[in-house]
Each structure stands twice: as structure tokens, then as C-alpha cells.
Design a protein around this ligand. Structure first.
Ligand SMILES: NC(=O)c1ccc[n+]([C@@H]2O[C@H](COP(=O)([O-])OP(=O)(O)OC[C@H]3O[C@@H](n4cnc5c(N)ncnc54)[C@H](O)[C@@H]3O)[C@@H](O)[C@H]2O)c1
Length: 248
């Protein structure tokens, strides 16, 4: 088991990539703490893990609120005794072209996708520093390279790359690695809203010949979260079946 006796927080693990990650981590021996603003969804994932013989606990939490992010990290430590891994997975889209985008659509996405990562990472690192060990990975996106209708989302996912590099430099001295994963098109409820023709068009541009599944990203988080990944930090891993290669 790659994560035997480790404690992981996976934000937004009520569904999609986060749920797949939480389940995989639990199968690999980790106790998993699940903060999600959709409490029912978080409970469902935790119950599925426990039913399968793993350890998990859910908590209602909006990561964009600093006090809630800090409370979630503290609750994970209280529940499971320590904190080894943080996966900053929670994220939202509010797609609309830039000239039509309203301030609240801009601000909501910045608050969840960027400030939420900062608050959670800082709160987690305070615990990790005490034990001189930690693994942090956050959800960027190939949307970071630019995408029509996603000025807000793209800015957060690109901003995360700079945040990741800086935290990696600052926290290496505490034994904490900080990386980002930039998924391509992954079939979850975030992408389910796209019209079928648009999805088919995207699938055709993916060199490996299929859309990504949540488990593809979960496996990347697992690799970056393992004790053996201690020499990997500050990097962003594009996991997209080769689709971003078309744009150079
Ligand atoms: N699906 C894709 O194709 C894709 C591609 C690139 C990047 N990503 C990124 O991966 C992450 C997960 O994507 P997904 O497709 O699984 O999304 P999803 O919408 O299926 O799930 C997101 C989860 O995050 C939770 N969440 C949202 N805002 C929250 C908040 N403020 N506080 C706590 N929980 C919150 C939701 O309740 C939900 O459970 C996101 O950060 C997303 O931007 C996804």
C-alpha cells in the first residue's frame, strides 16, 4: 500500500475527480478527510470508503472562506492525529465571455479556485511543518493556457501555477513538496453540461483516442503524494492524453 497509515485531505471530494482520488487514497491505506461545501455529497463519498473497509470522515466546508479552510485542516488533524497530504481539488466554473462577465462571476471563481487553495495550503502547511513532512498537490487545468469563455477560470488555473512554484520554494525547507496537476478533458459533471457534439469534437482532438476519466487524475495525485516523490516539487503536470500538444 503506497499511502499506508498516511492522512490525506482531499477538498471537494463529494464527486468527480476528488471522489475518485479520495477512494484511491483510501484503497492505498490512507485515512481520508473530505471537506466539501456539498455536505451530502461529501458524506456519500466518506460512507462509500468506510463501507469498502477504509477510513474517511466528511465535513461541510467552503474552502473560499479562510476560517472554514483552517477549521477543516484542524479537524482532520483532530480526527486522524496528523496531516501528511493535501489535495486542493475543489473548483468551480462560471463560464461567460469576458465582455459579458459580471464582477460576481469573476470574484466567485477567484475566491474558490485561487484563494481557497491558498487558505487550505497555508493551514495544512502549518501542521506539516511541525512534522517536517508534507505533500500538497492542486488542481490546475489546461484551461490555464487560455480558453474561450473562461477568463476567470483560466486566470485562477494559471495563477495556481505561480502559487505552486512559490510555495514549493518557501516550504521545501519543511519537507513539504507542492505540485500542480493540469488535467485536460475529464468526464465529470463539470464537463457533462457541454453539448454532446462539442464533447465529441474535443474527444477527436485527444491523441490517445479517448476522454480522460477521474481515475486518470487520481492516479497522478497518488504518485505525487507518495513518500517516494520527495524530489518532485514546484512542477505542474499536464495530464490530458496529449491534447495540449496540438497548441505546442
Ligand atoms: N473535469 C475536467 O475536465 C477538469 C479539467 C481540468 C481541471 N479540472 C479541475 O479539477 C477539479 C475537480 O473537477 P471535477 O470535474 O471533478 O469537478 P466537479 O464539479 O465534478 O466536482 C467539484 C467538487 O468540488 C466541490 N466544491 C466546489 N466549490 C467548493 C468550495 N468552495 N468548497 C468546498 N468544496 C467545493 C463541489 O461540491 C464538488 O464536490 C476542479 O478544480 C477543476 O477545475 C477539471
Amino acid at each position: 500500500m503506497i499511502l499506508k497509515d498516511q492522512v490525506a485531505v482531499v477538498t471537494g471530494a463529494g464527486q468527480g475527480i476528488g471522489a475518485a482520488t479520495a477512494k484511491l487514497f483510501a484503497q492505498e491505506g490512507a485515512a481520508v478527510f473530505i471537506p466539501d461545501w456539498d455536505e451530502a455529497a461529501a458524506q456519500k463519498t466518506a460512507q462509500q470508503i468506510v463501507k469498502a473497509g477504509g477510513k474517511a470522515k466528511a465535513m461541510k466546508c467552503d474552502v473560499s472562506k479562510q476560517a472554514e479552510a483552517e477549521a477543516a485542516m484542524a479537524a482532520a488533524v483532530k480526527e486522524f492525529g496528523k496531516l501528511d497530504i493535501l489535495i486542493n481539488n475543489a473548483g468551480i466554473t462560471r463560464d461567460v465571455s469576458a465582455l459579458k462577465m459580471e464582477a460576481h462571476q469573476w470574484e466567485q471563481v477567484i475566491a474558490v479556485n485561487l484563494s481557497g487553495v491558498f487558505y487550505c495550503a497555508r493551514a495544512a502547511a502549518a501542521h506539516m511543518r511541525e512534522r517536517q513532512y508534507g505533500r500538497i498537490a492542486s488542481a490546475s487545468s489546461i484551461g490555464a493556457f487560455g480558453n474561450f469563455g473562461q477568463a476567470n477560470y483560466s486566470a485562477t488555473k494559471a495563477g495556481l501555477i505561480g502559487l505552486t512554484r512559490t510555495l514549493a520554494i518557501e516550504w521545501a525547507r519543511y519537507g513539504i513538496t507542492v505540485n500542480a496537476v493540469a488535467p485536460g478533458f475529464i468526464e465529470t459533471s463539470m464537463t457533462a453540461a457541454m453539448p454532446e457534439e462539442a464533447k465529441e469534437a474535443v474527444r477527436k482532438t485527444i491523441p490517445v483516442g479517448r476522454a480522460g476519466q477521474p481515475i486518470d487524475i487520481a492516479r497522478t495525485y497518488l504518485f505525487l503524494s507518495s513518500p517516494n516523490a520527495g524530489f518532485i516539487t514546484g512542477r505542474t503536470f499536464v495530464i490530458d492524453g496529449g491534447s495540449a500538444l496540438h497548441g505546442g
